[in-house]
Design a protein around this ligand. Structure first.
Ligand code: CDT
Length: 316
């Protein structure tokens, strides 16, 4: 059996505080990238909105304050060390950040950068959770729907470092359509960053199931689509709010092959065999042989739950 090994790292970041400057955060990420390289990383995955604290927990009225959390260029003077280190070490990376475009659009974005420091792909988050109204009675809110527009780039797959790589961000990992859209384009690797606070308004999961549903989502996405999934989160407390951690790599068998042990900064490494996916693609998930899209139209036609469809002899 063939083997194409690749050094994959998810870098968990143990919380960014409101007072941490971009320059401090970038230095921290550079040092984590160096540790990842020392472990054998070819590619490093950083979390969602990595450069600042998770601003969606705060209600801001003032556009200048809001925009201060966003990047207007990438790389910028402040983020350039990440690109320079990537090129120096020959390590690619995925980075989540808040993007303000030159024509005034705000997106929750990730980029893919190859081992020469060149941007090879971009994704703008499509599943934005939370709310846009001011729930001022709460200590912390989840205002992604206020601060970000729905991404306009679709689910892209990019050739980078000799691989086909798809990207997603945080809440996307809970939606099976995301992995399917990427795997139908031949993605071998799905990279995603996340911020999952323990307390989210209106999200009534038992605390112990938060980690379970996170791991279940990436494992199911990996297995059902015969892809590797690498998920990097922020963890520990940010401004007193706990984020779940559990940064992990899931294989096409649906197993977690590496997982953070702490809720601090941590480099999680796996030497993965990219060809391991092939046996799944040739058998149980041979899409060409087994998928039946003529029976999937309801997935496109409906957004919310509705009445049962007519079935001949029933429901008419
Ligand atoms: N950042 C992000 O998308 N976080 C969400 C938590 C709240 S959604 C109920 C997540 O899915 O982890």
């Amino acid at each position: 059996m063939s083997k194409r090994t690749f050094g994959l790292c998810v870098v968990q970041v143990g919380g960014i505080q409101p007072e941490d400057s971009r320059a401090e955060v970038v230095q921290r990420l550079v040092s984590l990238m160096r540790s990842a390289h020392a472990r054998g990383a070819d590619l490093v995955v950083f979390p969602e909105l990595t450069l600042t604290t998770f601003m969606s927990r705060y209600w801001f009225d003032d556009q200048e304050t809001i925009d201060s959390y966003f990047e207007t260029e990438m790389p910028s003077a402040e983020t350039a060390p990440l690109f320079e280190t990537a090129a120096e070490l020959g390590v690619g990376f995925y980075l989540g950040y808040a993007e303000l475009t030159s024509d005034g659009h705000h997106y929750n974005t990730s980029i893919l950068v190859d081992d020469t420091g060149r941007i090879t792909g971009k994704y703008r988050k499509i599943h934005l959770p939370g709310h846009s109204d001011n729930k001022s009675e709460l200590a912390y809110q989840h205002l992604e729907k206020k601060y970000f527009e729905v991404g306009d780039l679709g689910f892209g797959v990019f050739e980078s470092q000799g691989l086909k790589i798809g990207m997603a961000l945080c809440n996307d990992r809970r939606w099976p359509e995301v992995y399917r859209a990427l795997s139908l384009q031949g993605a071998e690797l799905v990279l995603l960053g996340y911020n999952t606070p323990m307390d989210v308004p209106g999200w009534q999961e038992e605390p112990h199931t938060k980690m379970e549903s996170h791991l279940l989502s990436i494992r199911a996405g990996a297995y059902q689509n015969a892809v590797w999934v690498a998920a990097a989160g922020k963890s520990n407390t940010e401004d007193g709010v706990y984020m779940i951690g559990g940064s992990a790599i899931a294989s096409p068998s649906g197993e977690i092959v590496a997982r953070a042990q702490s809720d601090e900064d941590e480099v999680v490494f796996a030497s993965i065999d990219l060809d391991y996916a092939q046996s799944f693609r040739d058998s149980v998930f041979d899409f060409s042989a087994h998928r039946r899209p003529e029976h999937y139209s309801i997935i496109i036609d409906r957004i919310g739950r509705g009445e049962p469809l007519p079935v001949p002899g029933f429901n008419s």
